[in-house]
Design a protein around this ligand. Structure first.
Ligand SMILES: *[C@@H]1O[C@H](CO)[C@@H](O)[C@H](O)[C@H]1NC(C)=O
Length: 384
């Protein structure tokens, strides 16, 4: 562990066809510790003054700052780097979210395949042509239909690609050849292949390149029957059916305490059963739980979304959740809390998959009426 950086390396040999030789592959996934988000003294504070666009964008910059700090520690570990160099990998598969993965691959001098966990308009340039005239920039919360104001906003957001500034210093310190002159762009373009965890059911029009593949929906599969206990609980709500709620770990740019109160009050107004993934030990003691709400530590999301009584899926808008909702044609109510989720729910809404509520605007009445709209208007399940 490098100051709380989760580091995951896997090495495996893959038999390449024809079976003349095997390849030694290193997969790199560098995971940041979100808990440190607010505690680092930041150069990005300077930008905050200039930018002041949104809390959310600022949090993202803070997080990147933190990743660059961890990157410095990782690349400075001579023992680890020497070990990786001696292994003589044939290829690296890396998680493209963290710029550090690219610097590491560059340092090891091994060819790499980039896997990007989110949508095509990632927070960093992602080796795709992205004209600002019609492709919304990360964090802009715009759709592809932009009016003059929208385009001005998009142009402004496109100027905020300042993330590399921080990683540049790290690259300077740890790459013998110095940082690549083309910055992160050059590192991105050096990938042999780009795989994106997305699908055009969730994307706006966007040019792709011959080295791009879209692999979104890998987790989707037909639903299996539920456990009997769960099935009984669902049938107790009759034709009203049930809704599924997962809001991740509720890492948020907004304060979640009032949000929780409104959610609970809103759920008590609806006839549907509410299946909520929430650690019941962490449930605030001052909040009463309505009888139609059931808290569970873990949910078989795929099987639940595929259930014929599933009416609405309330999600923070993680990419995998949205892909699952698309697959099972369950209307989405997006309540974005952090990072790319804000842009993701704009997409889901524009694509007719559902509606969204800004967590700071949520009220019990709005929650009730939005859920009822999603259930009654069959267009949402058809993706309009
Ligand atoms: C919830 O919303 C529905 C549809 O808008 C409305 O008919 C119903 O009265 C609301 N329920 C409550 C308890 O306000």
């Amino acid at each position: 562990s490098y100051s709380n950086m989760g580091i995951v390396f896997w090495t495996f040999s893959l038999l390449a066809l024809p079976l003349t030789h095997s390849a030694k592959i290193l997969t790199v996934c560098l995971i940041g510790e979100w808990g440190l988000l607010k505690t680092i003294p930041l150069m990005t504070k300077i930008f905050t003054v200039i930018v002041r666009v949104s809390n959310n964008f600022n949090d993202f910059l803070n997080f990147m700052e933190h990743l660059s700090f961890q990157c410095d520690k990782l690349l400075g570990d001579k023992e680890m780097i020497t070990f990786l160099q001696r292994e003589n990998y044939n290829i690296i598969i890396l998680d493209a979210f963290n710029p550090c993965s690219f610097i590491l691959a560059h340092k090891l001098g091994v060819s790499y395949i980039a896997f990007y966990p989110g949508t095509l308009n990632g927070p960093l340039s992602i080796a795709l042509p992205s004209p600002v005239s019609y492709i919304p920039v990360f964090g802009s919360q715009l759709s592809h239909h932009m009016d003059l104001w929208g385009r001005a906003k998009n142009l402004f957001f496109s100027l905020l690609e300042i993330v590399w500034l921080k990683f540049k210093e790290v690259a300077e310190r740890h790459l013998e050849s110095g940082p690549p002159p083309g910055g992160l762009n050059e590192l991105h373009q050096g990938a042999e292949l780009w795989a994106f965890n997305t699908d055009f059911s969730l994307e706006f029009p966007q040019p792709l390149m011959p080295y791009t593949v879209l692999v979104g929906g890998l987790l989707n599969k037909p639903a299996k029957p539920l456990e009997q206990d769960m099935e009984l609980w669902i049938s107790s709500f009759g034709e009203a059916g049930f809704i599924i709620v997962t809001l991740g770990s509720m890492i948020s740019s907004v304060s979640v305490a009032p949000l929780l109160v409104e959610l609970v009050a809103g759920f008590s107004m609806i006839p549907q059963g509410v299946l909520w993934r929430y650690d019941s030990h962490r449930w605030p003691s001052h909040v009463d739980r309505p009888i139609n709400v059931r808290l569970v530590d873990w949910l078989p999301i795929n099987d639940l979304l595929g259930h014929k009584k599933a009416r609405v899926f309330i999600t923070h808008g993680g990419q995998n959740s949205l892909l699952q909702a698309v697959y099972h044609a369950v209307p989405v109510l997006g309540i974005p809390l952090f990072g790319d989720q804000f842009d993701n729910v704009v997409r889901a809404e524009t694509k007719g998959l559902g509606l969204s509520i800004n967590p700071t605007h949520i009220t019990r009445e709005l929650l009730n009426t939005t859920i009822q709209t999603l259930i009654q208007d069959t267009g949402y399940a058809d993706g309009k």
